[in-house]
Design a protein around this ligand. Sequence first.
Ligand code: FAD
Length: 291
Amino acid sequence: MLISEIYRNSKDPIISFEFFPPKTDAGYRTLFRTIEDLKQLAPGFVSVTMGAGGSTRSKTVDLTVEITREIGLVTMCHLPCTGFRPREIGGILEQLKAGDVHNVLALRGDPPQDDPDFEAPTDGFRYANELVAYIAERDDRDAFSIGAACAPETHPEAPDAATDIANIKRKVDAGADFLVSNFFFENAHFFDFVERCRAAGIEVPIVPGIMPIATVSGIRRMAAMNGTAIPAELDAELERVDDDAKATYALGVRWATIQCEELLARGVDGIQFYTLNRSPASREIFENLFG
Ligand SMILES: Cc1cc2nc3c(=O)[nH]c(=O)nc-3n(C[C@H](O)[C@H](O)[C@H](O)COP(=O)(O)OP(=O)(O)OC[C@H]3O[C@@H](n4cnc5c(N)ncnc54)[C@H](O)[C@@H]3O)c2cc1C
């Protein structure tokens, strides 16, 4: 099923979950328990990330196909184009189609941090809008719904917020059917971003990404990497719960629940949860919201 149709046809907000391909067998066992658990919440779809530079290509494609075929969920495969030639992207799309996966998140990606020798092919894609156009111009365009990424607090490399929004519009004009946002901790950033997108003529669903806090050091590192602001109130709470896993978990659930309540009240098309392959936090937030 195409995610563009899921958003178009649903009266209710679409809840979705993001997973990543684990490195170990134990990680896969945890992930499949997580997926079975979250399946009970009837998500609109789930998505699977692909490592920087396409490093987890086979694992990502295989996992996405397995979740589709064996577990029966609608899936989306993340597709970062840095590191791939167009013909390789074509090959991945063929594999996905053959595996009944019809949704891709078209991303630029980043060079892998653990590979100092990494070189992007010169005949590859420079930006995500080129990947979106490549998929949208294929003969099998109708076989895929295309999502793209956005950063409510502006992508760290963009010279300014207006240029970043103009670049997001390039992706939508090229054929992106919906946008999924980076995580943020202050809804005001998201609402302001959506308003500026609409003013710029971006009309597709813009879905907020919510990250339940797993560890204090982890969230600080990811926020710094992504240019996500940690508001003073949350910062103080993070200081308070540091080194206390239970209190960190409870803070993460409480903060995300409050964010989601307001997002839903303001009529978002859906919420994408970054699960980090664990179900309890997303499940508890879901239960807080929908009982
Ligand atoms: C929901 C979500 C899921 C993600 N999943 C993954 C994943 O699975 N794997 C992974 O490796 N990464 C993933 N990422 C991270 C993403 O790859 C990085 O944020 C990356 O730095 C930018 O990707 P993008 O698709 O937004 O790039 P782009 O849209 O190409 O933008 C990158 C930068 O270039 C600028 N830009 C865009 N187009 C142009 C243009 N035509 N000319 C000049 N400048 C331009 C933009 O303003 C921005 O600053 C994800 C991000 C999000 C939000």
